[in-house]
Design a binder for this molecule. Structure first.
Ligand code: NAD
Length: 499
């Protein structure tokens, strides 16, 4: 184990060992082995990263928009040309299949392309002659050093939701990716350097709670963007806000798909399978509950079951449909819900344990699993399982289904499948969820809209990327200006008003 490669931090434009000697194992989940170790930063290492970002900030903030855009443009070109390398890293450390890894990168590239419009997106407003000879105008300026803390399930896309916008707007960044699949962040930071980014503008520190806590309280960190599970998101929001920072903390999910009796059931079954089992269900926008409005549940369950039998599970490099789970511990936890479902009276229609895989027997496998007649008091329904497990809940009406969705503590994504425009329109108006799909199962908004849920799926008020991302990483300054002319002068202690 000692001769395994060690993944280091990336600080000041170069690999950085740091002083902490703690490490964590990084698995190849398809082989079930530790492939590398990653350094876990101590507070001193985080201080070094923040100091590097703080030192780089004044020059980067004052670098011309044209120069900043040219770096981002080069990064976009390099990333697009070499996305295959990054996809291989994602598959090796996360386990997701190559096509899915490329899809994740494509969605991240969209945000880079959006950030290329930064000069336009941060343009201010100008009002001439608000009072005689007085003009008012607004500027959007960067914040300073910003911290980004990301989860394991999108090791490329989630960092890409944030750092291109933060950097293009003139901020400098300390990124703390998931310690479970850390290599993608180093690869992207090295690519940014190759694209011409000055040292210190993008730093990567690896670590666990110790590194995160150091970022949350650091006086030179102005803002925190976090994505991860709900309990940690809440903790991040409360701690960083308490320390005076801007915070956006995106949390967990339990996404429902409501299927009305008039829906195209083949389309709905395809969508449920794609959205339930893509990336082995390790997506915050995965569909984990299908709410079937009777009388179509029997037919829908049959169609979903038929599709599951055709799914090929195995090593992501081998053209399979679904890869392994991230760790053995996570696989075992997800699999344990099969007995919970049984005990709570659900019907286990497809049991993913012991499935035949195209891959090494030691991989962290669990095949597609389907539960029917799940009760809403069961932990299977209430918990975010985050694996290839789909629950069917049967309801008698649209209203019953809507009430169920609105009662969930989460409000990340949801979808309705119907051919009734009136019903869909009513749903989009009534559902208490931040992202809604109409005959679209994973309604992740494109980069020029913003991404984020409601309720326990997002703490703070700023969504990620799109207009909300621009607002989050900049602050507005309003300037009232008068240039001397012969009419100036005179004492007036009244509050300024039109004259
Ligand atoms: P996680 O909450 O365990 O970890 C996320 C980040 O927080 C990691 O960088 C991790 O190192 C750090 N962290 C973990 N424990 C911590 C602690 N006690 N104190 C401080 N920092 C800590 O999440 P995960 O398992 O990596 O990712 C899966 C979760 O992320 C799921 O709940 C999923 O729904 C959620 N997610 C949400 C979105 C969204 O946009 N809402 C997107 C992707 C993932």
């Amino acid at each position: 184990m000692t001769d395994l490669p060690v993944i280091t931090h990336w600080i000041d434009g170069a690999p950085f060992d740091g002083s902490s000697t703690r490490t964590a194992p990084v698995f190849n989940p398809a082989l079930g082995v530790v492939a590398r170790n990653v350094r876990l930063a101590g507070t001193g290492d985080v201080d070094t990263a923040v100091a590097s970002a703080q030192a780089a900030y004044p020059a980067w903030r004052d670098t011309s928009q044209a120069r900043r855009q040219s770096v981002m443009f080069s990064f976009r070109e390099l990333l697009n040309a070499r996305k295959g390398e990054l996809a291989d890293i994602l598959t090796a450390e996360h386990g997701k299949v190559t096509s899915d890894a490329l899809g994740e990168i494509a969605r991240g590239l969209e945000v880079v392309e959006f950030a290329l419009g930064m000069p336009h997106l941060t343009k201010g407003e100008y009002s001439e002659n608000v009072s005689t000879g007085v003009d008012v105008y607004t500027l959007r300026q960067p914040l300073g050093v910003v911290g980004i803390i990301s989860p394991f399930n999108f090791p490329a896309m989630v960092p890409l939701w944030f750092f291109p916008i933060a950097i293009a707007a003139g901020n400098t960044v300390v990124l703390k990716p998931s310690e479970k699949d850390p290599s993608a962040s180093n690869w992207m930071a090295a690519l940014m350097t190759e694209a011409g980014l000055p040292a210190g503008v993008l730093n990567v520190v690896h670590g666990d709670k110790e590194a995160v806590d150091a970022l949350l309280v650091h006086p030179d960190v102005q803002a925190i963007s976090f994505v991860g599970s709900t309990p940690i998101a809440k903790y991040i929001y409360e701690t960083a806000a308490h320390h005076g920072k801007r915070v956006q903390a995106l949390g967990g999910a339990k996404n429902h798909m409501l299927v009305l009796p008039d829906a195209d059931l083949d389309l709905a079954a395809d969508a449920a399978v794609n959205a339930g089992f893509g990336s082995a269900g390790e997506r915050c926008m995965a569909i984990s509950v299908v709410v079937a409005v009777e009388p179509v549940a029997d037919e829908l369950v049959a169609k979903i079951t038929e599709r599951l039998t055709g799914l090929k599970v195995g090593d992501g490099m081998r053209g399979c449909d679904m890869g392994p789970l991230i760790t053995k511990a996570h696989r075992d936890k997800v699999a344990s819900y099969i007995e919970v479902a049984r005990t709570d009276g659900a019907e286990v229609v497809v049991d993913g344990r012991g499935i035949e895989v195209d891959g090494d027997a030691s991989g962290f496998w669990l095949g597609p699993t389907l539960f029917d007649r799940v009760t809403t008091s069961s932990a299977v329904y209430l918990d975010e399982i985050f694996g290839p497990v789909l629950s069917i809940v049967r309801v008698g009406s649209y209203t019953e289904g809507l009430t169920l969705i609105n009662r969930s503590r989460y409000g990340n994504g949801t979808a309705i499948f119907t051919n009734d425009g009136g019903a869909a329109r009513r749903f989009q108006n009534e559902v208490q969820v931040g992202m809604v799909g109409i005959n679209v199962p994973i309604p992740v908004p494109v980069a020029y809209h913003s991404f984020g849920g409601w309720k326990d799926s997002l703490f703070g008020d700023a969504k990620a990327y799109g207009p909300a991302g621009i607002a989050f990483y900049t602050r507005e300054k309003a300037i009232t200006s008068r240039w001397l002319d012969p009419s100036h002068g005179g004492i007036n202690l009244g509050f300024p008003h039109n004259a």
